[in-house]
Ligand binder design. Sequence first.
Ligand SMILES: Nc1ncnc2c1ncn2[C@@H]1O[C@H](COP(=O)(O)OP(=O)(O)O)[C@@H](O)[C@H]1O
Ligand SMILES: [Mg+2]
Length: 270
Amino acid sequence: MLEVHELQVVYPNGNEALKSISLSAQRGEIIAIIGRSGAGKSTLLRCINGLQRATRGSITLDGEVITRLNETQLRLARRYIGFIWQEYNLVERLSALTNVLTGRLAYNNPLASFVGYFGREHRDIALKSLDRMNMLPRASFRADRLSGGEKQRVAIARAIAQEPKILLADEPVASLDPELSVQVMSDLARVARDVGVLTLINIHDVELAKQYADRLIGVAQGIIVFDGPPAQLDEATMDRIYRFDKDKKKHPAEAPEPHGFGAAQPVLSQ
Ligand SMILES: Nc1ncnc2c1ncn2[C@@H]1O[C@H](COP(=O)(O)OP(=O)(O)O)[C@@H](O)[C@H]1O
Ligand SMILES: [Mg+2]
């Protein structure tokens, strides 16, 4: 379903955010990508939906080589790629339902969309998606009237309404308090399982990752240092994923400063 082969990303400033990432994933899997800030998690997700170009390597999604598509082809491909952002990215002045309907834009007649018309089939899919996230009672609420947790549930409903081949979530609960984080992660995992969509979630909270994902991928300094089920994530593995932090705390003067890391370098994530 998803094949990432020796993916490398070097930013124009020379930052090598991804060194060589290879992974394959199947329909229905729920994968959490963990790693410290600056590890390359966002860069990886942005490459999969084509917002970031790869320097080298390839990404194939359901037989389509994403890394070879031009901008027009990428726009079409993104119809099948659901994306969930940390800051929700809703249109604040529109209702929850209309926000979810934007997930149907690529399927709707462009002229109909232009005048804000979505046919019965699209409305049914949008309402069902809201219902899956227990947000049906909020369908007519303007997005700016919703709480953070509700906004993220609407954003998840919008991504699901796309009927995506893959669902990508970049730190989906990082803006929510701990209790809400658990609820929204649990809802996200449940709906992903219900519809059987391959889901990749960037998340820095390891406990949440272990609780809701079938598989964890640990990224450190642009490479995969762990790929396996949560039960295999032991202390030694945690060290490999987060070791750089620990080294730095223990030996601030001697700690190596690999390219693109270190406190002096601003982290341009998200
Ligand atoms: N647009 C950019 N230009 C240059 N460097 C970037 C850019 N975006 C991210 N980086 C750098 O690439 C590395 C990986 O960043 P990112 O993918 O955001 O990591 P994460 O999501 O794991 O925090 C970091 O060193 C970061 O500073
Ligand atoms: Mg990030």
